[in-house]
Design a protein around this ligand. Structure first.
Ligand code: LMR
Length: 400
């Protein structure tokens, strides 16, 4: 009965790792998926995660019972506080419905399904370009999508005017997807002043912001600084949705830890929204898993673990920033044609190099360097040892 099933293409991001794993070359380098590696090129389990796990194992009363449909309530509370801030009036007034989710993807999908069922205008505007999975999550969740201008290939920066024009032209009430910080894949973020302009347009048109926050603390090294955009929108009292992921900032990738927050205008509304989110979650996967959220909650609630987490987080962010400088210097040394300032200016895990598809293919074929076909490289996958290899490959690809 499945004779006619066609072979599906690999995922544009996770498929890069599949191709990398098949390559026998000893000099191969995976700069595809956004996953942090140490200077030795190894995955990192944060020390605070190990300590939180030890605490959990030592707690004799822990069991493997089902969680509530909306997950670990302590985790939900602390997760909302992390993104909205400890003094958030929205939290104090119980205006926020928060549910544990299967990392950022799961949170976005729950949000999409909720909007499809309960929002009068389930159409979302996505930045161009955006994380590839956004384009699939929203239509499959029942929300149609349209692009808005974001990245300007000429300046390799933000097309601020184009973005504002497209938001103004979008219908009143449309949902607007915003990357809270460290835009993926471009690494280009609005300045605080530009966020203010964006917020004014969105609020004047009663549009609904949906923040995807996958890199809090990872962009600048500061949890508060990276929450700036979200907090400025919540401070004006309007509604928004926020998906959170703890994959990168706690290194909990495969544990799938995240949350969806829906900021409402009043406590009774938030409570009704929460009741409807349960109806979205229960038929999808019943309730979320226990372990990862318990680790995150332990880190967020224990002052000492929290402090140590911020130090480790800053360490990861700083190592990525240092990779930017090393790559930039290596390209300068080689006299690689072109302006590479964007390697330094872009923010977060990725550099959107500007290399085209055939240059990327060349680098994979000749240098065994793996990256997404749009020219995005994960700076977190680089090390001092591998920078020269990457710079050689980029130089050769550009010189042609
Ligand atoms: C990425 O963009 O590489 C990460 O967000 C991982 C993923 O799931 O795509």
């Amino acid at each position: 009965v499945f004779e006619n099933v066609q072979q599906a293409p690999e995922d544009p991001i996770l498929g890069v790792t599949v191709a990398y794993n098949k390559d026998p070359s000893p000099s191969k380098l995976n700069l595809g998926v956004g996953a942090y590696r140490t200077e030795e090129g190894k995955p990192l389990v944060l020390d605070v995660v190990k300590r939180a796990e030890q605490q959990l194992v030592a707690e004799k009363s822990r069991n493997k019972e089902y969680q509530a449909i909306t997950g670990n309530q302590q985790f939900n509370k602390l997760s909302a506080r992390l993104i909205l801030g400890p003094d958030s009036p929205a939290i104090a007034k119980n205006c926020v419905a928060t549910v544990q989710a299967l990392s950022g993807t799961g949170a976005l999908r729950i949000g999409a399904e909720f909007l499809a069922a309960h929002y009068a205008k389930p159409q979302i505007f996505l930045p161009m370009p955006t994380w590839g999975n956004h384009n699939k999550i929203f239509p499959l969740g029942g929300v149609s999508q349209k692009p808005y201008r974001y990245y300007d290939p000429k300046t390799r920066g933000l097309d601020y005017e184009g973005m504002l024009e497209d938001l103004k032209a979008a219908p009143d009430g449309a949902v607007i997807l915003l990357h809270a910080c460290a835009h993926n894949p471009t690494g280009v973020d609005p300045t605080e002043e530009q966020w203010e302009g964006i917020r004014k347009v969105i609020r004047s048109k009663n549009q609904l912001p949906f923040f995807d926050c996958a890199y809090q603390g990872f962009a600048s090294g500061s949890l508060d600084k990276d929450a700036y955009a979200v907090r400025s929108f919540v401070a004006d009292g309007g509604e928004c949705l926020i998906s959170q992921s703890f994959a990168k900032n706690m290194g909990l990738y495969g544990e799938r830890v995240g949350a969806l927050n829906i900021v409402c205008r009043s406590a009774p509304v938030a409570s009704r929204v929460d009741s409807q989110l349960k109806l979205v979650i229960r038929p999808m996967y019943s309730s979320p898993p226990v372990h990862g959220a318990a680790i995150a909650a332990a880190i967020l609630e224990d002052g000492n673990l929290f402090k140590n987490w911020t130090v480790e987080l800053k360490g990861m962010a700083d190592r990525i920033i240092s990779m930017r400088h090393q790559l930039y210097d290596a390209l300068q040394e080689r006299g690689t044609p072109g302006d590479w300032d964007h390697v330094l200016k872009q923010i977060g895990m990725f550099t959107f190099t500007g290399l085209n598809k055939s240059q990327v293919e060349f680098m994979t074929r000749e240098y065994h360097i793996y990256m997404t076909s749009d020219g995005r490289i994960s700076m977190a996958g680089l090390s001092s040892r591998t920078v020269p290899h990457l710079a050689d490959a980029m130089h050769a690809a550009v010189v042609g």
